[in-house]
Design a protein around this ligand. Structure first.
Ligand SMILES: C[S@@+](CC[C@H](N)C(=O)[O-])C[C@H]1O[C@@H](n2cnc3c(N)ncnc32)[C@H](O)[C@@H]1O
Length: 279
């Protein structure tokens, strides 16, 4: 489908799709993604989401569905959507092997309304490495508003732009200090990445599929886009927790398995969780 982007942006999104198709088998075989679904959720997420039994939920940009299956296990009628054919195939296999029913749809998030037909949802869940692949948040927010039923909830749990600015993984030559190295704010256009390896353990990416593009999104841009689409933001949590130890000195919370910097460090947000409802 035509998502309405100019040729250059459409080409970058196509490069991203190829990059995700190439990363996916590596991720599926990785130790990084080989952990139980519950490990991918911050302690407060289930409270914020509330009971899911009998609710219609769509997980946008669901990747391998490592989180998606957890919604179905909690009784939601669950749809996972991702534009990578490889991701959707792997996600179907993972759900089947666990005996969990999830409907997976291969589609660009910008085409989700057309691709999901008449389906409308009580909950739209997305995040943890999703928004950085989206060039236009106003357009994205409009899609979310259309997918939700009146009274429905958007729950966005995303890596904080402060973490993006600090670099989610150490840059070559970077020391242990907290140094702002990358843009926090949007507006400078696409950022090209060309790396031989993905962020998990595993082999190098195939030649020709190493390039990808990301877009910075400040918190103000996210909130403004959602409010502009008519949603009501009801909560915005910022937390110092991360699901992996970005800095070697991070301390693991044994009850959640998540990580945070030790008390001697500045307290800075690593992740945020935004709840918004459709009136
Ligand atoms: C880092 S994953 C986020 C999902 C999950 N939190 C995880 O860590 O597995 C990013 C996913 O976004 C998908 N993606 C990127 N751009 C997309 C788009 N325009 N439409 C649909 N999916 C997209 C990729 O295929 C990938 O599976």
């Amino acid at each position: 489908m035509d998502s309405g982007f100019d040729q250059a942006t459409a080409a970058m999104m196509l490069a991203n799709r190829r990059n995700w198709d190439a990363r996916t088998p590596i991720h599926a075989a990785s130790a990084f993604y080989g952990v139980p679904a519950e490990c991918w959720f911050a302690s407060f997420e289930w409270d914020d989401l509330g009971p899911l039994g009998g609710r219609d939920l769509v997980h946008l940009q669901c990747h391998l569905g490592t989180e998606t299956v957890a919604f179905a296990e909690r009784g939601a009628r669950t749809v996972g959507l991702d534009f990578s054919e490889q991701a959707v195939q792997q996600a179907r296999g993972i759900a089947d092997r666990q005996g969990i029913h999830v409907d997976y749809v291969r589609a660009d998030v910008y085409d989700a309304v057309g691709e999901l037909g008449d389906s409308r949802f009580d909950v739209v869940y997305t995040g943890k490495g999703a928004l950085c692949y989206l060039p236009d948040l106003d357009h994205w927010a409009g899609v979310i508003a259309e997918l939700l039923r009146p009274g429905g909830l958007l729950y966005l749990v995303e890596f904080h732009p402060v973490l993006t600015s600090l670099a989610p993984k150490p840059d070559p030559g970077a020391g242990p200090e907290l140094v702002l190295r990358h843009d926090y704010l949007e507006g400078r256009g696409a950022i090209e990445h060309d790396g031989t390896h993905t962020y998990t353990d595993g082999p190098a990416l195939p030649v020709g599929a190493t390039r990808g593009y990301e877009w910075a999104h400040g918190l103000g841009e996210v909130v403004t886009a959602l409010v502009g689409a008519g949603l009501i933001v009801t909560r915005l949590r910022e937390t110092e927790q991360l699901p992996w130890p970005r800095w070697e000195r991070m301390v693991r919370d044994e009850s959640t398995g998540w990580w945070k910097l030790p008390p001697a460090d500045a307290r800075v947000p690593m992740l945020y969780a935004l709840s918004a409802t459709k009136p």
